[in-house]
Design a protein around this ligand. Structure first.
Ligand code: HEC
Length: 157
């Protein structure tokens, strides 16, 4: 009897450990809720950082000074024309405040979903311009300029 119980306990631990390893986020389109097809992604973006992001839903580049700097350079090549040089807002909304048309932008998963899959009108899917690792860099820069209420910063939790 004892042995059997132990065996069951062991099996439960093993299963939950396996589940932990496989735990992955499922990025979905910000408007349709459809699962995003990451096979559309530009080559070169499946880095260790991106793999980690897919497991945890957290952007490993947040707060990384070098990544933030590179993120701003990338942002200037593909986003600033619509969102303004410092993301103060232009054709597209400002990205540094705590107002979000899509509140999912308050999490790293949600921000990635808006970038990768796009939203309405001129906010097209950004996978045509940036690979997923570059998107994480841009996202880290966007977090770095945040000037809203710190309590609303869900990505810090
Ligand atoms: C051609 C113009 C254009 C480009 C280029 C563009 N955007 Fe946008 N973006 C928009 C518009 C317009 C909206 C508003 C769309 C909506 O409300 O559905 C938007 C919305 C967004 C949102 C949602 C904001 C919110 O309040 O929920 C984010 C985040 C965003 N853009 C980030 C980016 C980033 C990062 C890039 C570069 C990788 C980028 N955009 C490139 C025009 C653009």
């Amino acid at each position: 009897m004892k042995v059997k119980k132990l065996w069951i306990a062991g099996a439960i631990v093993a299963t939950s450990m396996a589940a932990n390893v496989q735990a992955e986020i499922t990025p979905r389109h910000a408007l349709t809720g459809e699962v995003l097809d990451l096979s559309y992604a530009k080559k070169g973006g499946n880095t260790e950082a991106f793999k980690q992001f897919l497991k945890t839903g957290k952007n490993p580049y947040n707060g990384d000074e070098e990544a933030v700097k590179q993120g701003h350079d990338l942002y200037l090549t593909g986003c600033s024309g619509c969102h303004g040089h410092e993301a103060e807002g232009k054709l597209g909304p400002g990205l540094g405040d705590d107002y979000w048309t899509y509140p999912r932008g308050l999490t790293d998963q949600g921000l990635f979903e808006i970038l990768f899959g796009g939203a309405n009108g001129m906010m097209g899917p950004q996978y045509v311009n940036f690979n997923t690792d570059e998107m994480l860099h841009i996202m880290a820069w966007i977090r770095s300029i945040y000037n809203g209420d710190p309590k609303k910063a869900k990505w810090l939790k």
